[in-house]
Design a protein around this ligand. Structure first.
Ligand code: PLP
Length: 363
């Protein structure tokens, strides 16, 4: 028998607690994946995702897998063996991009940055004269840093710009068309406030026309997926794989929740909660890890004070207060905490709870 777990407060790097509306929608009566009601639901979801992505791209859809599958889809559909990919690395997820791109045969040009600092577009521009792809992470969850994606769009030239918006989407403005993002992928489990399981994805016509003819992945082949979610573009919906209908219903509820509050109000709420947490952390005498001026509001990275056992604090928070926060990654595993305020958790009450419980855990 598993013991009953009271609702965890998920203040780590994700998943976050979902909006209640998104959780309730998981219990809706299941629809067939070709049911007209479901098709209408999928159309609503694609429309809602276009708003979050700041795009008019007709090919905007929730891929049936987590954010990493979005990353795979981005590279497997744009890179032929030997194509040059300039990848900006300022954390774990930039590293993962290199790993994924290498498996589809990219010639990778790494542009490495210190963890905790943002991507330098000028260094990316100088790395190669004519890459097929330039890629970077908008919100590096591993370090708590936001990078200027518009600056990458400004220097991309003829290259396709791939952007990871897993942690940014729904929590801060993402303007795919204005910034020049050609291929973007995200996840549902962070600021969108839905459980993990879908990867909101968008691809421009320009990138779609230049896509790989026969990608190594059948499941993530955007050419084949065209008929899966193109109802709102006038295309006829065809079977590709069985849509995860319950997750799509949940995503629709989450997007409706965001729309009802207003996207601008939602991002402002994230901004204010993150600032309050970061101010409070510093008032406690703790130091932040991410460079000033480039800090994500929805994911705060904190240096573990000298003499404090990171893991002990995290398990104290979990066992005493039912609160999850994250440890660091790579060489920072034991020296950094990652505290997320995403989706419904981005509010003043969460900030007060985290500050008070963290103080008790450290003392
Ligand atoms: N990219 C970023 C910035 C992430 O934070 C994550 C997950 O935390 C991923 C990619 C991978 O997404 P997933 O774990 O949903 O596969």
């Amino acid at each position: 028998m598993s013991k009953t777990i009271l609702e965890r407060r998920l203040f780590g790097p994700g998943p976050s607690n979902p909006y209640p509306e998104a959780t309730s929608a998981l219990g809706l009566p299941l629809l067939g994946h070709l049911d007209p009601e479901f098709i209408a639901r999928m159309d609503n979801v694609c429309d809602g995702l276009r708003v979050l992505w700041g795009t008019k791209n007709s090919r905007t859809l929730p891929l049936s897998a987590t954010g990493s599958a979005g990353m795979e889809a981005a590279f497997v559909n744009t890179i032929n063996p030997g194509d040059v990919a300039v990848i900006a690395i300022n954390g774990l997820f930039g590293e993962r991009m290199c790993e994924v791109a290498s498996r589809v045969g990219a010639e990778i040009v790494r542009v490495e940055h210190d963890y905790g600092t943002p991507i330098d577009a000028e260094r990316v521009a100088a790395a190669h004269p004519n890459p097929k792809v330039i890629a970077g992470v908008h919100a590096e969850t591993s370090t708590g840093v936001v990078s200027d994606i518009a600056a990458l769009g400004a220097i991309k030239g003829d290259a396709l710009l791939i952007t990871d918006a897993v942690t940014s989407i729904g929590g801060m403005p993402v303007l795919a068309d204005e910034w020049g993002i050609d291929v973007g992928y995200a996840g549902t489990q962070k600021c969108i406030g839905v459980a993990p399981g879908l990867a909101p994805f968008t691809i421009s016509d320009r990138a779609f026309e230049r896509r790989v003819a026969k990608p190594q992945s059948w499941y993530l082949d955007l050419g084949l997926l065209g008929g899966y979610a193109t109802g709102s573009t006038g295309g006829k919906r065809t079977y590709h794989h069985t849509a995860p209908v319950a997750m799509v219903a949940s995503l629709e509820a989450g997007l409706n929740r965001i729309q009802a509050e207003g996207l601008e109000a939602v991002t402002k709420r994230h901004q204010e909660a993150g600032k309050a947490l970061q101010d409070g952390i510093q008032e406690m005498g703790l130091e932040l890890f991410a460079a000033e001026g480039h800090r994500l509001p929805q994911l705060t990275t904190v240096k573990v004070p000298n003499g404090v056992d990171s893991a002990k604090v995290r398990s104290y928070l979990l066992n005493r207060f039912n609160i999850e926060i994250g440890g660091g990654v790579a060489q920072y595993a034991d020296t950094v905490w990652r505290i997320g305020l995403m989706g419904p958790n981005a509010n003043p009450a969460s900030v007060a709870l985290i500050l008070a419980s963290l103080k008790e855990a450290i003392d």
